[in-house]
Design a protein around this ligand. Structure first.
Ligand code: XMP
Length: 326
């Protein structure tokens, strides 16, 4: 790939004007690169792929084919937002694949974290490959590679690309944000008119909720995880914490504890709240969350999420504990 390193004179994109100038330049460059050919993009709904999608829709419209694979491990409302923003609002060429059953069937009974990650990553490539084979006349593959990916890992990062496609796919790459840092990608995303909830979204691991539904994933614990995570996000949003805390989510372990509900003994799942602040995710601290906020979240989870009888707040910094639980 040409132009791999960021030129020393390249300005930091941190104003709407600089973002517009960048967009203008990339629209021109992409049109020159692609001509009248078609471009394929795996659109996860994360910040990077969403910004690339919006940029390419602006540049080449329906010549872009986006594939959104729902692996069943997305947060509540995420796939719906991808469809709403890109299909309904931006009129993109979007193929939506609900592969939930495929992923959950493969993951049934698998409790080893790295094995779970491998299955999710491998199956994602398979589903994407199947969709790509159905399409004709695709010459280019767009990717949301960003500059830290190039600096840290030679441009190869499992959740950012679909590297791992078979050799007979010899797509030329289109990587319009490859020289940008994350904050610049966000700035460009705002300038492209993407919703703030998409552009400012916190980091979300490629295997999604799969590594937060601990041990062997079951549909009922996954549902409890998704609902409790949505409550946490809503309440952090209301309390003004969403843009102050770097990453926050819930975890559902694969053991139960005793409770009492409606005068009867219950034996249900706990929900663990994890919230961290960090600069580079190598070390992390746990923010002091207002007691009233934690209490509201606890009460709502206990009242609204079936199968849960206990809520805990994880006080462990990194090190020793990692940010994710597995
Ligand atoms: P840990 O748990 O290692 O997490 O302290 C550090 C950061 O990495 C994210 N993370 C992942 N991201 N695939 C990803 O794309 C993964 O398998 C994965 N595991 C952890 C985690 O969410 C945190 O931001």
């Amino acid at each position: 790939m040409e132009n791999k390193m960021r030129p020393a004179e390249m300005k930091r994109i941190n104003t709407p004007e600089l973002a517009q100038a960048f967009i203008h330049g990339q629209v021109k460059a992409v049109r020159e690169q692609v001509g009248d050919k078609k471009v394929l993009l795996a659109l996860s709904g994360g910040v990077d792929s969403s910004v690339v999608a919006a940029l390419l829709i602006k540049a080449i419209g329906k010549q872009l084919v986006c594939v959104h694979v729902n692996h069943g491990l997305m947060r509540k409302g995420e796939s719906e937002q991808v469809i709403e923003v890109f299909q309904n609002q931006m009129d993109a060429n979007l193929i939506y694949v609900d592969a939930t059953d495929r992923f959950l069937d493969l993951l049934a009974g698998v409790d080893e974290p790295e094995r779970k990650r491998k299955i999710i990553g491998g199956e994602f490539i398979k589903v994407f490959e199947e969709e790509a084979r159905k399409l004709e006349g695709i010459d280019f593959l767009a990717q949301g590679t960003i500059y830290p990916d190039i600096l840290e890992s030679d441009g190869v990062k499992a959740h950012h690309n679909v590297g791992g496609l078979p050799d007979d796919f010899d797509f030329e790459l289109v990587e319009p944000v490859r020289l940008l840092f994350k904050d610049e990608v966000r700035c460009v995303g705002h300038a492209l008119g993407l919703p703030a909830s998409m552009v400012e979204r916190q980091p979300f691991p490629g295997p999604g909720l799969g590594v937060r539904c601990l041990g062997a994933i079951t549909r009922n614990r996954l549902a409890a995880l998704r609902e409790s995570d949505a409550i946490l996000r809503e309440e952090f949003g209301k309390a003004g914490l969403a843009d102050q805390v770097w990453q926050f989510f819930t975890v559902v372990p694969d053991f139960r504890s005793t409770g009492v509900r409606d005068g009867k003994r219950a034996f249900d799942w706990p929900v663990i709240i994890r919230a961290v602040n960090t600069v580079d995710a190598m070390t992390a601290t746990v923010p002091e969350i207002d007691w009233a906020v934690l209490k509201t979240i606890t009460d709502r989870i206990l009242a609204e999420v079936p199968g849960v009888c206990r809520v805990l707040y994880d006080l462990t910094p990194k090190p020793v504990g990692t940010i994710e639980w597995e």
